[in-house]
Design a binder for this molecule. Structure first.
Ligand code: CAO
Length: 431
C-alpha cells in the first residue's frame, strides 16, 4: 500500500523568509530516507532539507530563488506504507545565529500523510541532518559532494551563489581548474607570476618552436614525477682515444669519422646487459618493472628548433661503423626536421652528449618512461696518480641520472663502474 507524504519546511525559529538556494530533486526521482532534497538559506545560516521518508518524488513545489517559510510545501513523496516509520515528533534544531556564515542543522517538519488509504501508520520522524561547520560558505550537501571528490571547500575562495555561497558547480569548476593546471604542470605548485619587463628596457616576443614546447611539457612532467639522482664519475679513455685516432687515420678522405660517442653507446649496452634494471620501465601502477630484451639507445640531438631524440635500434647487434653511419643519418634528418615519429620511439636509455661543445658535468633529465640517462661532457687530459706518479690521462666526465624508484644508489654506482671499465679497456666488450 502506498501513501502520499508531504514534505514541508520545518520550524527554523521565527524566520519569516527563507531562500531556496538549490533544489536537488525532480518529479520521478527515487529518494532515500534523509537524502537532501533542497538547500535553504536564511540571513544567518544555510541548511539542507532531508527527506523524511524513502519513496518516489511525485511533485516538487519549489525552485531556486523562491522564498519559503515554515510550513511551505516542498514536495510530495509516494512511499510504501511499511517504509513510513512511526517516531516521536521532535523539535527541529535551531539554526545558527552567531556565526555570520554557518551551516546549521535543521530538521524537516514531520511529514504528513495525505489520502490515508487505508489508515496510514505513521508519520512523523525525527530528522538528523549532517552537522557541518567551517568558514567556507557551503551547504552540507555541497560539502559532502566536495568531500567525495577530495576537494577541501575552504580552498574555493568564493562561490557563485548568493553572498559568495559555494555551489556544486563551483566545486566542479574547481576540480576542472586543478585538472587543467595539473596537465599544464601546475598541480598545485605556485606559478611564476607574469612580469612586465617594459620598465627595464626594450623587449621582443619570440614564439617557442613546437619541438621546444612539447619537449618543455615532457621535461616538466618528468621533473614533477620522477625522484631523480645524478651520479658523476670519469672514465679513463686514453687508450680508447688512441685506438679511435688510429681507426680514423685509416679512413679515406671524406669518409665518416668515428667519434667517442659510438664507444659510449657500446659500453652502455654492455652495462645494460649486466644490469637489466637499467633496461626497464616502471609499470603505470608503479608496482612492477617491465624488463626489455632489446637494446635501443636514444641520442639527444641538438637542432635549430630544439632538442630531439632519435633512437638507434638494436644497438647491441650493430658495429661501431654501422652505429656511426646511422647516427650521422638520423642527426642530419633531425636537423632538417625530417625525423618521423617512429625514428624517435622505442628507446631504452638515452645519451646526452655535450662533449663536442664543452662542459665538466651536468644533470640530464631522464627521458621517461626510461629509467636512466647518461650525460657526457668534454674529455680532458688530467694528471692521474697511478700509485707511483702522476701520469697524463684523457678523462671523460660521465653523469648518470636515474629514477631512484627503480635504481638505488649502489646499483647506479656499480652500473657506472661497469661503463667506465668498458670504456677504459674496450677489449672487455668482446668478453
Ligand atoms: N670530449 C671531447 N671531444 C668530443 C667529445 C667529448 N666528450 N664528444 C665529441 N667530441 C668531439 C668529436 O670527436 C668531434 O671532434 P672532431 O670535430 O675533431 O671530429 C667534435 O667534438 C664534434 O662532435 P659531434 O658532436 O659532432 O659528434 P658526436 O658523435 O660526439 O655527437 C651528437 C653527435 C648528435 C650527439 C651531437 O652532434 C649533438 O647534437 N650534441 C648535443 C646534444 C645535446 O644538445 N644534449 C643536451 C641535451 S640536455 O638538454
Amino acid at each position: 500500500m502506498t501513501v502520499l507524504i508531504e514534505i514541508k519546511v520545518p520550524d527554523v525559529g521565527n524566520v519569516a523568509e527563507i531562500d531556496v538556494v538549490e533544489v536537488l530533486i525532480q518529479a520521478g526521482d527515487v529518494v532515500a530516507l534523509e537524502q537532501t532534497l533542497a538547500t535553504l538559506e536564511t540571513d544567518k545560516a544555510s541548511m539542507d532539507l532531508p527527506s523524511s521518508v524513502a519513496g518516489t518524488i511525485q511533485q516538487v513545489y519549489i525552485k531556486p530563488g523562491d522564498k519559503v517559510s515554515e510550513g511551505s510545501l516542498i514536495a510530495t513523496v509516494l512511499a510504501n506504507e511499511e517504509q513510513v516509520v512511526i517516531a516521536a515528533p521532535t523539535q527541529p534544531d535551531a539554526i545558527a545565529t552567531d556565526a555570520p556564515v554557518t551551516d546549521a542543522p535543521v530538521a524537516a517538519k514531520a511529514p504528513e500523510p495525505v489520502k490515508p488509504t487505508p489508515e496510514p501508520k505513521a508519520v512523523e520522524r525525527t530528522q538528523s541532518p549532517d552537522v557541518t561547520t567551517g568558514k567556507a560558505h557551503a551547504s552540507p550537501s555541497v560539502r559532502l559532494f566536495a568531500r567525495e571528490l577530495g576537494v577541501d571547500v575552504a580552498k574555493i575562495k568564493t562561490g557563485s551563489g548568493r553572498k559568495g555561497r559555494i555551489l556544486k558547480d563551483d566545486v566542479k569548476n574547481f576540480v576542472k581548474k586543478v585538472m587543467v593546471e595539473g596537465v599544464a604542470g601546475g598541480a598545485g605548485i605556485p606559478s611564476i607570476p607574469a612580469v612586465d619587463f617594459t620598465p627595464f628596457g626594450e623587449t621582443e616576443i619570440q614564439k617557442l618552436s613546437k619541438i621546444k614546447r612539447l619537449t618543455g611539457q615532457n621535461l616538466n612532467r618528468v621533473w614533477l614525477n620522477l625522484p631523480m639522482v645524478t651520479y658523476h664519475d670519469e672514465a679513463d679513455i686514453t687508450d680508447l682515444e688512441a685506438f679511435r685516432n688510429a681507426l680514423n687515420a685509416e679512413k679515406a678522405k671524406g669518409e665518416l669519422k668515428i667519434t667517442g660517442l659510438m664507444f659510449v653507446i657500446k659500453a652502455l649496452v654492455a652495462a645494460m646487459q649486466q644490469f637489466p634494471s637499467f633496461n626497464a620501465s616502471l609499470s603505470a601502477d608503479g608496482e612492477s618493472l617491465i624488463l626489455k630484451k632489446y637494446f635501443n639507445i636514444g641520442i639527444a640531438v641538438d637542432t635549430p628548433n630544439g632538442l630531439v631524440v632519435p633512437v638507434l635500434r638494436n644497438a647491441n647487434s650493430k658495429s661501431i661503423n654501422e652505429l656511426a653511419v646511422e647516427l650521422a643519418e638520423k642527426s642530419e634528418k633531425a636537423r632538417l626536421g625530417k625525423l618521423l615519429p617512429a625514428d624517435m620511439q622505442g628507446g631504452c636509455l638515452t645519451v646526452s652528449s655535450l662533449g663536442g661543445i664543452g662542459g665538466t658535468a651536468f644533470t640530464p633529465i631522464v627521458n621517461a618512461p626510461e629509467v636512466a640517462i647518461l650525460g657526457v661532457t668534454r674529455a680532458k687530459m688530467q694528471p692521474v696518480w697511478n700509485g707511483e706518479e702522476f701520469v697524463p690521462r684523457l678523462m671523460l666526465p660521465l653523469d648518470l641520472t636515474y629514477d631512484h624508484r627503480v635504481i638505488d644508489g649502489a646499483e647506479g654506482a656499480r652500473f657506472m663502474a661497469a661503463v667506465k671499465q668498458y670504456l677504459g679497456d674496450i677489449r672487455r666488450l668482446l668478453l
